[in-house]
Ligand binder design. Structure first.
Ligand code: GLA
Length: 735
């Protein structure tokens, strides 16, 4: 609900409210973002919240002679430079006269039910409540439009901004954030997700004291070192209690999140495109739009926050035929054979996969001409006839005759220096002309800021995807940006290169995804180096990590689960000992962990023993029965001591599945209990456990007792290192 009451704007979702008002001087004063409140019909119930705007304290700058207050002491919806607010700004512009001061004041406001699509970037869909407030710069007539979308059932409010050069001369935009939210009070803790290759989404909690806590990426992608999803908690927030907020960006490029804490009990949060190495020149009348920023609030701890964000990502970010469809069980050739593939080898692997019940066979890297290792051939997207006589079409038909669909790996945004494409179009690579280039994975990035490069990729990939009956595409992107320079931009516009590259990626990916609506696209960037809501607008799922080790996957997948639904990340059962860590783990645990995602296998089934193949067959038929719940069910995390526990429950709470995982075995755990979440306290559930023999009934219990007291776990079930147990809970029909 969006309500305007005089100078007051009140935005409410099912459980949260956000409000601000127009000050007599024209700025927007932020009043509150938190638990849903009653504003009253005339807004008077908020009288006591507004700040005292009288008198600039001590050495602070008074905004003007008449009002004599300082912007520095206010909570604001957007801030510029130069008028007294010294905190993290929302917008920075280099005006034609070289000055950097902006002074935006209220001009008009519109509430409607249908926000316009963004022109250059992907954004949330299906919004029915939208507010746009237009501000105007008093000195240069620049226009700043602030947009809010309200998604009541997800407890999500999104924000974004548009800046239009209103002056008669060109200006340089130095920063345009997506959201600014000022909080009052103390005792805040920031939650963010750092990592590296094969080690994504490590959750860090940092108590916020005076100063700036910054999360950012500057390597051209959202990056595994700092995911754009961040959280804020107050007091002793836990999984199921306490106040918390989550913020994310619908953007896959360089991003910036900053918690700017003042000692006086104020906290400013901003997020948006990373202003470092960014600038954008705008001629008179030209407009720049910042990515959409997503915010959610929960007064029931992190689990509730995650469920809000999961629902939002599923309903308002994912799009296309596959957004809400159960995902097929796949077998990927990468860890089974790496580059050493050919039709014969893959068909013998495919036969094993089909016999086990796999539905989709994916040919990973190595299928195209000259691609014998990772030093060459990216860009030359024609099938290697030596490996696939007659091309891919006959091979795909053979896969289909085994009863499976076929999928293919591509890395469209890249070129190898050793390739026909590079020989023909060396100037399409992103590098500084005449200067040495720092390589990543022995390959170059194509310059996606260049429209000719975009057109080439769309055309070439259209050919690749139509050469055979392809049902799935893994779209990889294996290096970060270095030596950023686009030959398609003039010298003074190089600050635009990284952002224009990101816009180019969206144009290319969107064109292809829309042209091939039946194909299931999976994003990938050496695992999770581009895992964000922008990428999820084009790809319904993303390869979560190149690490398939069960222990590491528990923490990686748990990290993702804070901000992203299980359907959005994929997980595969791979060989033991694991290829990345060398750690051995039971097949059951590898399976149990991978279940909580879009699921598949990535191992040489030809090398698996008869016993393991039988188990895999049973795992697959089990997953087929329960996958709707694993991929789309409501996830809740809980921990008790050494144990990790996840539950997924159906929307009506009648079905649930839970995993309990134990990293370090040893003594029996006589007191270990399963504490499922999300059950209906008034229903009776039959509880079963899945073990290698299949599903085994354990008994019955009420939902209230299961959640309060927990069900005892048989001591033998969690004995060894990396042991785990999967439980199923189904409500009995009432009398
Ligand atoms: C990246 C991906 C892997 C695999 C290889 C192929 O590392 O993350 O899953 O596809 O590329 O080169």
């Amino acid at each position: 609900m969006i309500k305007r009451i005089g100078d007051l704007f009140a935005l409410s979702t099912d459980s949260a409210s956000c409000c601000f008002k127009i000050l007599p001087t024209g700025q927007l004063e932020h009043l509150f973002y938190g638990k849903r409140i009653n504003f009253g019909d005339d807004g008077r119930l908020l009288d006591l919240f507004a700040q005292d705007c009288k008198g600039a304290a001590g050495g602070s700058i008074a905004y003007d002679d008449a009002s004599k207050f300082s912007l520095d002491g206010m909570s604001l919806e957007s801030s510029g430079r130069g008028k007294g607010d010294a905190r993290e700004p929302f917008v920075e512009v280099e005006n034609a006269d070289g000055s950097m001061t902006t002074d935006f004041v209220f001009e008009s406001a519109d509430v409607d039910s249908c926000p316009a699509e963004m022109r250059t970037l992907p954004s949330s869909r299906g919004c029915r409540e939208h507010l746009c407030v237009t501000l105007k710069d008093k000195n240069f007539s620049h226009i700043l439009r602030l947009h809010w979308n309200v998604y009541p059932e997800c407890d999500v409010i999104t924000r974004r901004a548009e800046f239009t050069n209103g002056s008669g001369a060109s200006v340089r935009l130095r920063r345009l954030m997506s959201a600014q939210i000022d909080f009052e009070g103390d005792g805040f803790v920031a939650g963010d997700f750092s990592g590296s290759w094969a080690h994504e989404m490590n959750l860090n909690f940092t108590p916020l004291a005076s100063g700036r806590h910054v999360v950012e990426s500057s390597c051209g992608v959202s990056s595994s070192s700092a995911n754009p999803f961040v959280m804020l908690g107050r007091g002793g927030v836990s999984q199921d209690s306490g106040e918390c907020w989550g913020f994310n960006l619908v953007y896959s490029g360089n991003h910036y999140e900053c918690f700017d804490v003042e000692s006086g009990g104020r906290l400013r949060f901003v997020n948006g495109i990373n202003p470092k190495e960014f600038s954008f020149s705008l001629a008179p009348g030209e407009t720049f739009e910042s990515p959409e920023s997503v915010a959610s609030y929960s007064d029931n701890g992190w689990n509730r926050l995650s469920r809000n964000l999961h629902r939002f990502a599923r309903l308002h970010i994912a799009r296309g035929e596959w957004s809400d469809r159960e995902r097929p069980i796949l077998l990927n050739s990468w860890e089974a054979a790496y580059f050493d593939i050919d039709q014969m080898k893959l068909l013998s692997l495919a036969e094993k996969a089909a016999a086990a019940g796999v539905e989709l066979f994916v040919v990973d890297d190595g299928w195209f001409k000259g691609r014998t290792d990772d030093t060459r051939a990216l860009g030359d997207w024609d099938a290697d006839e030596g490996k696939f006589p007659g091309g891919l079409a006959p091979f795909v038909e053979k896969i289909k005759s085994l009863g499976m669909k076929a999928g293919l790996w591509v890395e469209p945004e890249m070129v190898s220096a050793e390739s026909e494409l590079f020989k023909a179009h060396g100037d399409w690579a992103l590098d500084i002309p005449g200067k040495g280039h720092s390589e990543g994975r022995r390959q170059r990035m194509l310059d996606l800021a260049n429209p000719s490069v975009q057109d080439f990729i769309i055309e070439k990939m259209s050919e690749v995807f139509s050469q055979a009956d392809i049902s799935y595409v893994k779209w990889d992107m294996n290096r970060a940006m270095s030596d950023v320079y686009s030959r398609s931009l003039s010298r003074d516009r190089q600050g635009e290169a990284a952002h224009r590259h990101t816009m180019g990626f969206y144009r290319v990916a969107k064109a292809l995804v829309e042209k091939f609506p039946h194909i299931l696209f999976e994003g990938c960037a050496s695992g999770g180096n581009r895992f964000d809501l922008g990428a999820l607008c084009v790809f319904p799922q993303i390869w979560a990590s190149d690490c398939t080790d069960a222990l590491r996957r528990v923490s990686i997948q748990e990290g993702y689960s804070y901000g992203y639904p299980q359907s959005a990340f994929s997980a595969h059962v791979s060989a033991s000992p694991n290829h990345q860590t060398g750690r051995a783990s039971p097949l059951e645990t590898r399976f149990n962990v991978a279940c909580f995602a879009s699921f598949g296998y990535e191992m040489d089934l030809r090398a698996a023993g008869k016993g393991d193949l039988e188990k895999i067959k049973r795992q697959i038929s089990f997953y087929k029965k329960w996958r709707g719940l694993f991929q789309f069910g409501q996830l809740r995390r809980s921990r008790c001591g050494d144990l990790v526990e996840w539950t997924v429950a159906s929307e009506d709470s009648r079905r649930a599945a839970a995993i309990v995982f134990r990293a370090r075995g040893g003594d029996d755990l006589p007191l270990a209990r399963l504490f499922p979440r999300g059950l209906d306290p008034s229903l009776v559930y039959s509880v079963g456990v899945v073990d290698s023999g299949g599903e085994r009934a354990l008994g019955k219990a009420g939902g209230d007792a299961l959640m309060a007291i927990g069900a005892r776990i048989e001591p033998g079930l969690l004995r060894g290192d990396l042991s785990s147990a999967m439980f199923l809970l189904e409500a009995e029909d009432g009398e």
